[in-house]
Ligand binder design. Structure first.
Ligand code: NAD
Length: 254
C-alpha cells in the first residue's frame, strides 16, 4: 500500500543541493497529477486495472476499431478538461520563474504544467487538449472534434485521414524535437528532479540514467520506491508530490 512517509525536514538537504547547483531539470509522470484528480495508469485503481492497454491504447487498436478506442479516449480525456494544477505543478512553475528550473520534461498529456505557468515544457507523449490529423498533421481544437462536425470517428476534411487527440499511442513514434530536447536537457543538467513516474515507460525511463551518467544528482519524489530509486536515485523523498514540492520550493525561494 502507498505510504506518505514525508517529513518536512527531509527537504532541507535537497533544497541546499538545488541551490548549490543553481539550475535543474524536472522530469514528471502521471503521479504529479493524481492530486489534481487524474488517476495514473499503473496504481491499483489506475486505468490499466479496467482496460487492457493492448486493446485500447495502441495504434493498431485504433486503426482496427476506432469507435471502441474513441470511447476510451473520451473516458480518459473528459476529466482532464476541468482539472486544475495542484501544489506540485505550481511549485515547479515558481521555480522556473525564479530561474532554477531550466526545463520540465513531462510524460503527461494533461496540459497542467502549462496551466500552472510553466513555459519551457517538453511534452514527450503529446497533449490531449488538442487533436491532430494523422495524415496532414493539422491541429484541431478538441471541442470541434467532439461536436462531431467532422463525423464520428472524425475525419480530416483536407486529407480524409483520421483525426485523433494529439497523444502518442503505443506503437507510434515520439515527436522527434521533443525527444531531442529531452536528451539534451538530461545530458546537460547537474540535477534532475524526478516526480511521480514509475520509470517503466521507455524512452522517458532512460532519462534519469542518462542524466546520472552525465554527472547529475538524481532527486526522486514518489509515494513508493520505483525501479529508478533502486538504480540511480541519490535522494528519495517519499510522499505526496504536492506536499513535498510546496515545502521544497518554499525552502529554495525563501
Ligand atoms: P505511472 O502510472 O506508471 O506511475 C505513476 C507513479 O506516480 C507511480 O510510481 C506512483 O507511485 C506515483 N504517484 C502517484 N501519485 C503520486 C503522488 N501524489 N505523489 C508522488 N507520486 C505519486 O506513470 P508514468 O510513469 O508517468 O507512465 C504512465 C504513462 O501514462 C505516461 O506515458 C503518461 O503519458 C501516461 N499518463 C498520463 C497521465 C496524465 O497526463 N496525467 C495520466 C495517466 C497516464
Amino acid at each position: 500500500m502507498w505510504m506518505n512517509l514525508f517529513n518536512p525536514s527531509d527537504t532541507d538537504e535537497v533544497a541546499k543541493k538545488i541551490l548549490q547547483k543553481g539550475e535543474i531539470v524536472v522530469l514528471t509522470g502521471a503521479g504529479i497529477s493524481t492530486e489534481s484528480g487524474i488517476p495514473d495508469f499503473r496504481s491499483p485503481d489506475g486505468i490499466w486495472s479496467r482496460y487492457d492497454f493492448t486493446e485500447y491504447a495502441t495504434i493498431d487498436a485504433l486503426l482496427k476499431n476506432p469507435v471502441k478506442v474513441f470511447g476510451f479516449f473520451k473516458e480518459f480525456i473528459d476529466p482532464l478538461k476541468t482539472a486544475s494544477p495542484n501544489k506540485a505543478h505550481y511549485a515547479v512553475a515558481r521555480l522556473e520563474e525564479a530561474g532554477i528550473v531550466k526545463a520540465v520534461i513531462t510524460q503527461n498529456i494533461d496540459n497542467l504544467h502549462q496551466k500552472a505557468g510553466s513555459k519551457n515544457v517538453v511534452e514527450l507523449h503529446g497533449n490531449a487538449t488538442v487533436a491532430r490529423c494523422m495524415g496532414c498533421r493539422k491541429l484541431y481544437p478538441l471541442k470541434e472534434l467532439e461536436s462531431e462536425k467532422y463525423g464520428f470517428p472524425p475525419v480530416c476534411p483536407d486529407c480524409r485521414k483520421l483525426i485523433k487527440p494529439d497523444v502518442i499511442l503505443f506503437g507510434e513514434m515520439l515527436p522527434e524535437d521533443a525527444l531531442k530536447s529531452a536528451y539534451q536537457y538530461s545530458m546537460g543538467t547537474k540535477l534532475m528532479l524526478v516526480i511521480g513516474t514509475s520509470g517503466t515507460v521507455a524512452p522517458a525511463s532512460a532519462l534519469p540514467h542518462l542524466a546520472k551518467r552525465s554527472g547529475a544528482d538524481i532527486v526522486e519524489i514518489n509515494l513508493e520506491p520505483t525501479i529508478i530509486t533502486k538504480s540511480v536515485t541519490d535522494y528519495f523523498l517519499q510522499g505526496k508530490a504536492g506536499e513535498i514540492m510546496n515545502e521544497l520550493a518554499g525552502k529554495i525561494l525563501g
